[in-house]
Design a protein around this ligand. Structure first.
Ligand code: ATP
Ligand code: MG
Length: 257
């Protein structure tokens, strides 16, 4: 039996006659930070939506297993109950409510003590709990609050779509540290990014291009390939790589590096 936390087997997703995910296979393990790297439009957010079970992103082919169970046809609610959480690239807006109330949406135990512990986790003062979620919060503070919310949920699998956007380089190291802490506490973490320095901080990374995974390997090897070979392309380099059958060769090279 496969013991991976999440195992995605050859999924294909179509939207409005466009194939946006093509034969994607990957796995995420508990206690590990797995990166999904790719340029704009590669299909990273679509992959996150498919994993969370958004109705428009149900695969037309392939399967998704979570803790050994086939969840391909499960609803978002059932996936969330089983322990899957997504931090959206564009978080739903809860403008106006207090950070305390925002953090109380979702987790089972949202005692004041737990909320303060979560704020401590993201290195924010508990005084922020009384602040409203509004334009007065900086982009970095918003990101930290999202992370605090994930921390409180203690998900089995946390999928984070570009947690680094709007975060400066210094804070980026902290974000990576927080992802590592989540993994150390037993969660599987999947971080979606277009920044190679984020992918480099992961245990293992996948590179996406044009709806496909074109490379899997150590974070360092994927970063190296991304920086040296992966330029913004018209049409798709990913498809060319797959068609030419050089993918295995590239992967072999990356694994040996
Ligand atoms: N309903 C749709 N019909 C056709 N194409 C779509 C549809 N939804 C998404 N796409 C396309 O699928 C591709 C992948 O989009 P996605 O948002 O997953 O990319 P991404 O890797 O998350 O990009 P970014 O880094 O910009 O967030 C894009 O080219 C997008 O235009
Ligand atoms: Mg995206």
């Amino acid at each position: 039996m496969d013991t991976s936390l999440l195992k995605v087997d050859s999924i294909t997703v179509r939207r409005d006659n466009a194939t946006i995910l093509k034969d994607i296979s990957l796995r995420v393990e508990s206690g590990e930070v797995t990166g999904v790297l790719g340029r704009n439009g590669a299909g990273k957010s679509s992959l996150a939506y498919a994993l969370m079970g958004l109705p428009d992103y149900i695969p037309v082919k392939g399967s998704i297993s979570f803790l050994g169970e086939d969840i391909t046809s499960w609803s978002i609610t059932d996936r969330a109950k089983a322990g899957l959480t997504l931090a959206w690239q564009m978080p739903a807006r809860y403008e106006g409510i207090s950070i305390r109330d925002y953090l109380r949406i979702g987790p089972q135990n949202s005692s004041e003590r737990n909320l303060e512990e979560a704020m401590d986790f993201v290195q924010m003062s508990p005084l922020f709990l009384d602040r409203a979620i509004d334009k007065s919060l900086s982009g970095g503070e918003r990101k930290r609050i999202e992370l605090a919310s994930i921390y409180l949920m203690k998900p089995r699998l946390a999928i984070l779509d570009e947690p680094d956007s709007g975060v400066d380089l210094l804070a980026l190291r902290e974000v990576l540290g927080l992802l590592r802490l989540l993994a150390d506490q037993g969660s599987g973490v999947m971080v979606i990014t277009h920044r190679e320095d984020v992918a480099a901080g992961c245990d293992r990374s996948y590179l996406m291009c044009d709806g496909r995974i074109i490379l899997e390997g150590s974070a360092a090897a994927v970063k190296r390939y991304f920086m040296s070979q992966c330029r913004p392309c018209e049409g798709c380099e990913g498809e060319q790589i797959s068609r030419k059958g050089v993918l295995n060769e590239v992967m072999g090279r990356a694994k040996n590096q």
